[in-house]
Write a protein that binds this ligand. Structure first.
Ligand SMILES: NC(=O)c1ccc[n+]([C@@H]2O[C@H](COP(=O)([O-])OP(=O)(O)OC[C@H]3O[C@@H](n4cnc5c(N)ncnc54)[C@H](O)[C@@H]3O)[C@@H](O)[C@H]2O)c1
Length: 331
């Protein structure tokens, strides 16, 4: 039997609590340590995030540290699970890889493409795996849609429409564009990343957007142009009171709609069937996949570093389009 990989998690806030709960049923890894600069975070058994309550993680055998240095000095672990604010991702991912650890890092990969490139370069030099936790790539509903697209089962994709809107998170760093990048980078990136994953890089983007919460683009609508490809739109916002996301894909022979945990297939304007996608969620699946890659010494390809870096490039083109009012080419 192969040994279980030892994971250490840094950033025990909302997402840190959420990740911690996902280790309970993992086959190939165990959470051995958590690290946060704020000791109050260890007192909270669960956290509320836009996805709901994180649930309670079993931390009875998990060691707690107040700094990365202390964690590194006292703990043996195979990979660092980074749930820090976005502006710290590159710094800690690079440190951990240089310290001989693989890295699973929350999205967004980095605040800009230059930093993402440095992360990729360090991964290459240190031969440590780096995977960005773009969770939609690991959600069964979204992978069902991608399979339908790849297989051509319902004909060509004609149009894709996605929305992801809600209120702004309360933590201060989210409300500072220098740290979070605003809703366009922090939230809307999920949809941009899925579009990139399923269809590829658009030829150009045109975004209209406004700033309200962070000083960045916090409410927006993008059209992604694909030559001879589908018409794609996506809307994102931190300026709404009700949280929700929708995904509708119009193929030649059917329309697929994500209504988690199901994908509904409509044919001729009627519900034809429902595909059940219940079971483990994207967060559980991404951890399981990353560990499998480490154990098999296989570079993570579902969310490759280069592909998640490309999603940052696309989002930043959207931001430029919103700021200039012009269509921005990605060629
Ligand atoms: N995939 C998703 O669906 C999803 C959802 C929410 C958040 N996220 C991402 O998760 C990340 C964290 O977001 P969050 O909502 O949990 O933020 P948060 O503010 O709740 O948590 C961040 C934690 O990091 C700690 N921290 C800050 N600097 C530190 C340091 N140097 N060393 C150790 N700990 C430090 C803070 O004390 C805090 O507890 C972000 O990148 C965010 O975009 C992803």
């Amino acid at each position: 039997m192969t040994r279980k990989l030892r994971a250490a998690l840094i950033g025990f806030g909302g997402m840190g609590h959420f990740h911690a709960t996902q280790y309970k049923e993992q086959k190939n890894c165990e959470l051995v340590a958590i690290c946060d600069i704020d000791p109050e975070k260890f007192k909270k058994l669960s956290a509320e995030i836009n996805l709901g309550n994180s649930g309670v993680a079993d931390l009875s055998k998990v060691h707690q540290y107040l700094s990365y240095e202390e964690l590194l000095k006292n703990e043996t672990f195979d990979y660092l699970d980074i749930c820090l604010p976005c502006h710290l991702h590159a710094e800690y991912a690079i440190r951990a890889m240089k310290d001989g650890k693989h890295v699973l890092c929350e999205k967004p990969m980095a605040r800009d493409v230059r930093l993402a490139d440095r992360m990729i370069a360090v991964s290459g030099k240190t031969r440590k795996f780096l995977m960005i936790a773009q969770c939609l790539r690991f959600e069964k509903t979204y992978s069902t849609l991608k399979k339908a697209y790849d297989s051509g089962k319902y004909g060509k994709l004609l149009r894709l429409s996605m929305t992801r809107c809600g209120g702004a998170p309360s933590q201060g760093w989210y409300r500072d564009v220098k740290c979070s990048g605003g809703a366009i980078l922090d939230l809307h990136l999920h949809d941009t990343d899925f579009i990139n994953y399923m269809i590829g890089t658009p030829d150009a983007v045109l975004t209209s957007g406004v700033s309200r919460v962070s000083g960045g683009i916090d409410d927006l609508m993008t059209t992604y142009y694909f030559k001879n490809g589908p018409i794609v739109n996506s809307e994102g916002s931190w300026c709404r009171s009700k949280w929700g996301c929708t995904t509708v894909a119009v193929f030649e022979k059917a329309t697929l709609e994500i209504a988690a945990p199901k994908v509904i297939v409509h044919v001729d304007g009627r519900k034809n069937r429902e595909i059940d996608c219940s079971g483990t969620n994207g967060y559980f699946n991404e951890i399981a996949y990353f560990c499998e890659c480490i154990l098999k010494n296989r570079r993570p390809s579902v969310a490759s570093m280069e592909s998640t870096r490309e999603s940052i490039r696309i989002v930043l083109a959207e931001e430029k389009s919103a700021l200039t009012g012009r269509r921005v080419s990605l060629k």
